[in-house]
Design a protein around this ligand. Structure first.
Ligand SMILES: Cc1ncc(COP(=O)(O)O)c(C=O)c1O
Length: 443
């Protein structure tokens, strides 16, 4: 490959894959498991997609496009911050189903998926070289989403080392923010943004409302922007399910950051949402910014043209999101299926003796395979990841890139396959772990 024809940043991009597991994913898809046609095939559990509810959504999308005439605004340019009819529907959806208090369509910005919203928000709020503090482990692509265009640097805030330390919930507190502020200042940079994901990718943690409020007040006081990414906000696990309830000491109700924002109406507090995960519609490319900061919204309007979502998709989603009965039934169904799938994962992990962080939501299990590491290094982690794939056909995402200190942790996505496939994957992982231990004992 000759990258001389490119800019320096283009040449860098040409050799910087978006994710470490892309090539392996392609290989796994080329040899995809099928119960009859390819029973020894691969099971990729590494891309954050929810396939459990597509039949119901497909029927709804088809019904919308069949039974409603396309309005005049759809083929034309609309507001660059999102078409007004879609924003109004999205605002009432957010207030009804996620936030729980009124949200105004005028406080929203719409872009092509959460990725675009993250990039736009960082571009508008931070200077190049500013720092976004994110608790570790975190969604690895934040580094690129914040860095590529906005040139904002990610600071991984490590609050624990062993996963047992977060079994009861996240360990984050205001003292950790103070520590991060100190570390960032000492490095000669500015702590400009705090980014939380709730429920979290990859740990499935949620933050109690009082903790969010405390952190919000800390951020307002220090003039740090606090953003909570709630794109998994409706993907909640029913922790009272008999197969898993022993993992949880207390029920922690999900509190949307939108409630805290509504109380404070501060220029420093913001929320991200998208239909990619809760609705399994990652290909629709619809993401939302919610903020009470008028200057941010105005800048968003003026800059968002390169990031706009298609009006046709906004129109389809306007109909879907404003059908309150459908959304209510859909969310309950999705959570029931997610919980059933998650129980299959937990059963497999327990059989295999693999430690995991009890999840309260999102599409992930964060698991500890460190007992199988040859050494505590990134190379050994990648070797183990490949070995697991070769030995079981199950493809996970290695912890490298999540910004955490402990090696040997892996992320598993479970709703990207159906229940039968998930059972096969968990059986294979259990078999692999048990024979690996046996091999180690007899060696
Ligand atoms: C925390 C987080 N943010 C953003 C994204 C990207 O979402 P989208 O597909 O809407 O751009 C993902 C996808 O996995 C994610 O987990």
């Amino acid at each position: 490959m000759n990258a001389d024809s490119l800019s320096a940043r283009g040449a860098h991009a040409a050799v910087s894959p978006l994710r470490i597991d892309h090539d392996a994913f392609r290989a796994a898809m080329a040899d995809r498991y099928h119960a009859v046609d390819n029973p020894a095939g691969a099971l990729p559990l590494n891309v954050a997609e929810n396939r459990l509810v597509w039949p119901e959504l497909k029927a709804k999308v088809e019904e919308i496009t069949r039974s409603h005439p396309i309005p005049e605004w759809v083929p034309k340019y609309a507001s660059h911050r999102g078409a007004a009819p879609f924003r109004a529907a999205a605002a009432s959806f957010l207030s009804e189903h996620l936030v729980g208090v009124p949200v105004d369509g005028d406080t929203l910005g719409v872009s092509a998926g959460a990725t675009s919203v993250i990039e736009m928000t960082a571009f508008i709020l931070a200077e190049p070289g500013d720092v976004a503090v994110i608790p570790a482990p975190c969604y690895p692509v934040y580094r690129k989403d914040l860095g590529n265009m906005a040139c904002v640097e990610r600071h991984d805030l490590v609050t624990h080392h062993q996963i047992t330390e977060i079994a009861g919930g996240p360990r984050l507190g205001v003292a950790d923010l103070e520590r991060a502020a100190h570390e960032v200042k000492a490095s000669g940079r500015r702590f400009r943004m705090l980014v939380l994901t709730a429920p979290d990718n990859p740990t499935g943690a949620i933050y109690p409302g009082e903790l969010l409020a405390e952190m919000a007040d800390w951020c307002i006081e220090r003039e740090v922007h606090m953003v909570v990414n709630e794109l998994y906000g409706l993907s909640l696990i029913d922790t009272s399910h008999p197969a898993i309830r022993g993992d949880y000491d207390d029920p922690v109700p999900f509190t949307s950051f939108g409630r805290i924002m509504a109380d404070r109406k501060s220029d420093w507090l913001h929320l991200w949402y998208a239909v990619s995960k809760d609705f399994g519609l990652s290909g629709f490319r619809i993401g939302l910014l919610h903020s009470h900061n008028r200057a941010l919204l105005q800048a968003y309007e003026n800059l968002n043209l390169t990031h706009t979502a298609s009006n046709h998709t906004q129109w389809v989603m306007q109909h879907m999101l404003s059908d309150t009965d459908f959304v209510t039934r859909y969310v309950a169904l999705n959570q029931a299926r997610l919980t059933e799938s998650y129980a299959v994962v937990v059963d497999g992990l327990r059989r295999a003796g693999i430690p995991y962080v009890p999840s309260r939501g999102s599409l992930f299990a964060w698991i500890d395979l460190s007992e199988f590491l040859a050494t505590e290094t990134e190379e050994a982690e990648l070797d183990l990841w490949r070995e697991l794939f070769r030995g079981s056909g199950v493809l996970l995402t290695p912890g490298v890139g999540f910004g955490h200190t402990k090696r040997g942790l892996f992320r598993m996505v479970y709703p990207c396959v159906d229940m039968d496939e998930l059972r096969v994957a968990m059986d294979r992982m259990a078999e692999w772990a048990l024979s690996r231990r046996k091999g180690a004992r007899s060696a």
